[in-house]
Design a binder for this molecule. Sequence first.
Ligand code: ZN
Ligand code: ZN
Length: 434
Amino acid sequence: MMKINYAIFLLILCSFGTTTVPDEELFYAIDKDMPFLTEFYKVRHKSPELSLEEKNTSKALADELRKIGFEVTENFGGYGIVGIYKNGKGPRILYRTDMDALPMYEKTNLDYASEVTTEYNGATAGTMHSCGHDIHMTTWLGTARAMVEVKNSWKGTLMLIGQPAEEIGAGARLMLDAGLYTKFGVPDYGIGLHSSPTIPAGQVGFGKGNTMANTESIDIKVFGKGGHGASPHMAIDPVVIASMIVMDLQTIVSRNIIPTEPAVITVGAIQGGIKHNIIPDEVVLKLTVRTYSEETRLYVHKRIREISRGVAIAAGLSNDKLPEVIIPEEFTPANYNNPELVDKLVASAQRVLGSDHVVGAERQMVGEDFSRYGKTEHQVPTVLYWLGTVPEERMKSGDLPGLHSPFYYPEPELSIKTGVTVTSQALIDLFNGG
Ligand SMILES: [Zn+2]
Ligand SMILES: [Zn+2]
């Protein structure tokens, strides 16, 4: 940022008697805290816990919040935590971090790499913060500490939530169902951030409107008539039917949906059969479906049902053997970034980082259950922004492992410092009516 111009700006503001603008004080508080935060990050990175098992992680966050004067409620919706800091009359603002890690072995070779293993689906698996939730937690704690340090500069209620089970799309629902808004009040705004594996550390990215997709897991059970592999004429082969369904599903996006409307249908698993020469009597297809609009979401369901049924009828299956399409009611809704709130956050971010460090972010078809905090009857304006995390050496080499890659690692110090600075300034500006 341009310090000299800003100093003049400060002078003008002060001469009109406006309340203190705390940038210098805020920057000082954050700088001073970086050694603590970097260490806290490394401890979290080394001790990841899977979804719904975030016992020690949530305890560590709760303890740290209590130390700086937050009223903390633990075990709220699984291992969820809610920390409230009342600082006079003003808006109530929610800021969320997630806390869970993924069942995979880390391959980064960092000296603070995770060596934790856990039981997952009956087998031993590694455990790794490969989605950057450890960066989110540290930024969240750093922001809490900075906001307490500069508490004379803002008024209102800071509502910090530590959400469990983001990776399985369950945590936001758990906390809302436990009565988040009825017990702790409906926030005026909700904000969160996610690590970006493509934006350099030191920068942040914002998208407006729908930025992430409706995310659904759909199963199709395809039935057949089993038999000997040498006598296919005496069987109805569900492997062939399933294969035809997989191919026909490709036409939904390419032929049925309006070309300007985003949608993805991926068949991630085909499960069926046991041996070379046996025609099985059942095959299961496991799909992930991504859409933005409710209309497209429901239309995709209709076409999946029609195609599955049509292919099975053509293969000669009777009515009682038609495929079963299982579409759970639960899904992660598309993330919607409230445009006015994005404008406010961008202004705050530009002020502290300089506009060349605040970038526009492409829409993506990934899912994030943060979306739920803005989709209750209260219609809380929410924004989930991207925090750049890519180390300089990786930006230069162009080797950018994505989130959930065993090779992904953020540049901790600069990412955390940027996240804490942007989030704290945004909160201060929102509390002060910015
Ligand atoms: Zn993830
Ligand atoms: Zn994530």
